[in-house]
Design a protein around this ligand. Structure first.
Ligand SMILES: [Fe+2]
Ligand SMILES: [Fe+2]
Length: 178
């Protein structure tokens, strides 16, 4: 999806910020649910998931700070992202490690694609603050995506599951940018 100027009360930069902020809340809740389930069934994955969640919490705070600086708003989809993320995290965790990693790989692949597109737009706008924030966070998300793949997220049996998660993520981002 190409990012471009839009008409309306909220400019594209503020829209990007609110969508990304809501997405990070979704990500925090994916890992929150996965940690909860893993504490019962797969304790050895808890430290890795806690590292992911710490990254997502940092991203959430960075975007919220940028929103406040620009008198932006919280996305209408904020709570939907939270509940949807928690549900995806819980369901994926019931499938075990490959399920959790398939979830991470699917979500982060979509997110990385969008962040890269956002950087092209933000570079044109010469908005250094938001550009730097997105660039910094992109590195973490690429790392999450690659770990998800390396740890078994590419398992062929999870193709339909990954497809559903990618579609949900894509739809939420596009709805938020409208
Ligand atoms: Fe994140
Ligand atoms: Fe992430």
């Amino acid at each position: 999806m190409r990012y471009q100027d839009c008409a309306g009360s909220l400019d594209t930069v503020r829209k990007i910020l609110k969508v990304n902020h809501a997405g990070e809340f979704g990500a925090v809740n994916i890992y929150r649910a996965q940690i909860l389930v893993s504490k019962f069934f797969r304790r050895r994955y808890v430290p890795m998931l806690q590292n992911f969640m710490a990254d997502e919490t940092r991203h959430l705070n960075i975007f919220w700070t940028e929103i406040q600086k620009r008198h932006g708003v919280r996305c209408k989809s904020y709570w939907l992202c939270g509940v949807g993320g928690w549900a995806m995290g819980a369901i994926s965790a019931l499938f075990g490690k490959a399920g959790m990693m398939a979830c991470t790989w699917a979500v982060e692949s979509v997110v990385v694609h969008h962040l890269k597109e956002q950087l092209i737009y933000l570079n044109q706008q010469r908005d250094c603050g938001v550009y730097d924030a997105v660039k910094f966070i992109l590195e973490d998300e690429e790392n999450h995506r690659d770990i998800g793949y390396a740890e078994g997220g590419g398992n062929i049996f999870y193709l339909p599951f990954r497809f559903m998660i990618s579609a949900f993520t894509e739809i939420v981002i596009r709805l938020g940018m409208r």
